[in-house]
Design a protein around this ligand. Structure first.
Ligand code: ZN
Length: 880
């Protein structure tokens, strides 16, 4: 996207003309509004006679200048709504040496669906309205006028006043003991129905990390002492009655604190680290300097937590905790530098969850997220959305919260780590955190730490990967000469996106007939041109096959040009590189999928191999699940636009394979659906993922015995994920029992936000055409709330990947109507749904015209002002 199309451009970013040094804030919370008064201490960076503050959707009251004697001088101001700007006229020019004290009154009105600034979260039964805040990036300006900039790091004194029916009033910092000696809110002397609490935050903090919350929670309190003897109080604030569900996450939090301190020598500076459950958020969590908010469905772990959320809970807890360090201690300079905050934090998160759940399984899910057809960064780039990590601009700061920032950027950081080695990487990171501790740092500051530490020139690596869009399409081949005992490996790169060739660290390993890595062929190479040959000398015999960098950081695509079906089968069977095995199986699956599209039988070796994998007792469950997965995703990205065709092929292939192996499938199913006693989470999750894969195949076989086995699994499976996998499989068959199973599933799930989300996804994934009636009926039920991001994300996001029904006339009509309704309620979810249509212009007719008409009509009806990101996304998809 050309830079001129952005509302906010990096080239136009200017540092504010005032530096905020302290905020003295008073927020009076009522059921329908929050009345705010603040004193801002500002230092002019240049001589000024007006102050410009950021403000959005506030009712502005009196604004005064407070002179050194405490006298208040009323000021004239102008609120330019279109620019979200408040221009305050000072009575005279102020010099850089002076301090300006402004007192500002304003009122904000929280809503149910604008999840920025202060908003209404889900209120527990009988409690006063639950108020939550989300300030990143520009949410604070929806609470009070401010300098809403990452560099506005200042100290804070915050008083919150609200009804005494709340259990908690939360903000950043420590409780001021003069006003609140017991550390809790005290009743107002003149109105005992209300109470107040004041927090002092003496560690400078930018407005995007601010939190104000008034809510009703139960608390699980604990503490952890690091190896250095530092004691940190831990609080976990959960919905009333949910304390039991906080015990496991509390253990994870403790483990994270210790892990961080041992692995990264990071010590948390505040007395208390608080985790707060929130229900409604477009994101999984938000750091808020010592007051992490996490969506309830990931923050609580109990019988209703689905497996994907169990892993995610570990990720989000470590992620948000790390942000105290990366983000809090060292803060990005502008939203354009957010990539580095997230790239580093995600890298830490990946290291942690790999340790907890095993490297291979987590790495496979990372690879999946690179390739994800809807919102993966490769798909975004192929769909014409920019893939530049350091952005030139955006329409809304949330636009930066995407696959490029959270998936591509950490992958690039991973390649940088491979390139310079672990030791230099850690040195550079430690230099960064030492040098900028307490301040701000931008992209160049971050990169300079690497440039200074590495002993190679990094400029070309950094330039192509960070400042241009695109990715390399690699192809590899080799030749072996027995006379010269020489292996020549040739790798070429086709560059997608404009620029020079990428610099790519790439490990090549030869594998012998015994499945061992050959010492003579095992090296990290660096490819930095269109074509390179790498010579390995003294190689005693030809490798059976090569492993091409599997398991290492890499962003792009790779094709093994010398692979034959025979060598791929060998790779699947005995490569010592587990990820290489899965990739080889996926390549074979691609061949089978293409056969299906051409109405041919799948290659016989694919079916044979499938049976062998089913029987192989040595394979861990999670890896077996990955090897046996048949889905409509393909490695060959030229098939990306042909979603309906891929889906039909995958269903056909599943059915052929399942019918051939049904006895074996039933045998495996009988064994794998039984949970061993005292099973650890790290074994239960991969075991159940195998149950899921086998369930889908049994459903594809669609015989009576298979349905019976699935129904039994539904009835007897102990975990909520068992129920969801079983119901999803039954619901995809033609059996009449599917409605009954779905009703039972609904009853089990409806009262638990995580489980209900799981149910909605199962409902939306049905391949039957009654899925539309099912969605409509769910929308009308008392349990479903369209403004609840988890509800809408699950139901509509689920339907957006239902490739069996979305690509029908009804499916496309459904999308048009739903997107229109959703646009003004939750633009973020609408963006997710509209991604399904990214490749419309490359689709076959008649689908292409149907979708283009739907999107063109939608573009006419959505507002470019209220929903700029959605509007520009539709324009971009339509190529206009
Ligand atoms: Zn983050």
């Amino acid at each position: 996207m050309p830079a001129k199309n952005f509302k906010y451009k990096k080239s136009e970013y200017v540092r504010p003309s005032v530096q905020l040094s302290h905020v003295d804030l008073d927020l009076k919370i009522y059921d329908d509004r929050v009345v705010g008064r603040e004193r801002l201490l500002l230092k002019p960076i240049k001589d000024i006679s007006t102050v410009e503050l950021d403000v959005q959707d506030l009712e502005i009251g009196d604004i005064n200048l407070v002179d050194p004697e405490g006298m208040e001088i009323p000021l004239i101001w102008l609120y330019i709504k279109k620019e979200n700007s408040l221009r305050i006229v000072l009575p005279r020019e102020f010099k850089t040496s002076e301090e300006i004290v402004l007192e500002i009154n304003a009122v904000c009105r929280p809503t149910d669906n604008i999840l920025e600034g202060l908003y209404f979260d889900t209120t527990p039964p009988g409690a006063p309205p639950q108020i939550m805040s989300q300030c990143q990036q520009w949410g604070f300006q929806r609470i009070m006028p401010t300098v809403d900039d990452c560099t506005a790091k200042c100290t804070w004194k915050t008083r919150l006043e609200a009804s005494n029916r709340y259990t908690h009033l939360i903000s950043n910092g420590d409780v001021l003991r003069e006003t609140n000696p017991d550390g809790v809110p005290v009743p107002l002397p003149d109105d005992p129905s209300r109470m107040a609490i004041t927090y002092l935050n003496s560690i400078p903090m930018p407005p995007y990390l601010f939190i104000a919350a008034a809510g009703t929670w139960d608390v699980l309190a604990d503490s952890v002492t690091t190896d250095l003897g530092r004691e940190i109080r831990l609080e976990y604030l959960v919905p009333p009655g949910k304390i039991e569900s906080a015990h496991i996450p509390m253990q994870i939090t403790k483990d994270c604190v210790l892990w961080q301190s041992r692995h990264l020598s990071y010590e948390y500076e505040r007395e208390c680290y608080r985790t707060i459950c929130m229900e409604k958020s477009n994101f999984g969590g938000m750091e808020n300097a010592g007051n992490t908010t996490i969506i309830t469905e990931a923050a609580l772990i109990d019988d209703w937590t689905v497996d994907a959320r169990l892993v995610y809970a570990h990720s989000v807890i470590i992620h948000e905790y790390e942000h105290n360090h990366c983000g809090g201690d060292v803060t990005m300079e502008t939203p354009f530098d957010m990539w580095l905050n997230e790239a580093y934090t995600v890298t830490v998160e990946r290291d942690y969850v790999r340790e907890k759940f095993g490297f291979e399984l987590i790495r496979l899910s990372e690879i999946d997220s690179i390739r994800a057809p809807l919102n993966g960064p490769l798909a975004m780039e192929e769909g014409g959305k920019t893939g530049r990590i350091v952005r030139e601009g955006f329409n809304h700061p949330d636009d930066v919260v995407d696959g490029v920032t959270y998936v591509k950027a950490p992958e690039v950081l991973g390649m940088l780590r491979s390139l310079i080695g672990d030791e230099k990487y850690e040195k550079a990171i430690s230099l960064y955190f030492t040098r900028y501790n307490g301040g701000n740092a931008d992209t160049e500051d971050f990169l300079n730490c690497f440039r200074e530490t590495a002993d190679i020139d990094l400029n070309s690596f950094l330039h192509e990967w960070l400042f241009t869009a695109g990715y390399p399409e690699l192809r590899g081949t080799y030749s072996y000469s027995p006379d010269k005992r020489r292996l020549v490996v040739a790798v070429s790169q086709l560059r997608h996106g404009r620029g020079r060739y990428f610099t790519i660290p790439f490990r090549i390993s030869g594998v012998d007939a015994g499945g061992r890595v050959m010492e003579s062929v095992n090296k990290l190479l660096v490819l930095d041109s269109e074509y390179s040959e790498f010579v390995f000398e003294d190689v005693p015999f030809e490798p059976e096959f090569l492993d091409w960098n599997s398991g290492e950081a890499f962003y792009g695509t790779f094709t093994d040009e010398i692979a034959t079906r025979e060598t791929l089968v060998k790779t699947v069977k005995f490569s010592p590189f587990i990820i290489g095995r899965v990739e080889a199986m996926r390549t074979l699956r691609d061949i089978a999928m293409k056969n299906m599209m051409d109405d041919l039988a799948p290659p016989s070796e694919f079916v044979k191999l499938f049976r062998e994998i089913l029987d192989d007792a040595s394979l861990p469950d999670g890896i077996k699940a990955s090897l046996l997965t048949i889905s409509d995703e393909m490695l060959d990205r030229s098939f990306l636009p042909f979603t309906a065709e891929r889906n039909a092929a995958a269903r056909k292939l599943s059915s052929v394979v399942a019918k051939t192996c049904n006895e074996q499938l039933l045998d495996v199913f009988e064994r794998v659906t039984v949970a061993p006693e005292n099973e650890e989470l790290a074994s239960a999750i991969p075991r159940r993922s195998l149950c899921d894969v086998v369930s889908k195949l049994l459903a594809a076989a669609a015989g009576e015995r298979e349905v019976e086995a699935l129904v039994q699994y539904f009835e007897e499976g102990a975990a909520i994920s068992d129920k969801l996998y079983a119901a999803s499989a039954v619901n995809s068959t033609d059996s009449v029992i599917r409605h009954e199973i779905m009703n039972k599933l609904r009853d089990i799930c409806k009262d638990h936000v995580a489980a209900y989300g799981g149910y909605l996804r199962v409902l939306a994934s049905s391949p039957h055409n009654d899925v539309f009636e099912a969605i409509t009926s769910e929308e009308k039920s008392a349990d479903f709330r369209i403004e609840h991001p988890s509800h809408s994300r699950s139901l509509y996001g689920g339907m957006a990947v239902n490739n069996a029904q979305l690509w029908t006339t009804r499916g496309i009509d459904w999308a048009g109507e739903t997107l229109l309704r959703l646009a003004d309620i939750n633009e973020y979810t609408a963006l997710n749904v509209v991604s399904a249509f990214t490749f419309v212009l490359k689709m076959n007719e008649p689908l292409r015209s149907l979708v283009v008409d739907m999107l063109a009509e939608l573009k006419r009806r959505v507002s470019a002002v209220r929903t700029p990101s959605l509007y520009s996304r539709i324009s971009q998809i339509l190529g206009n």
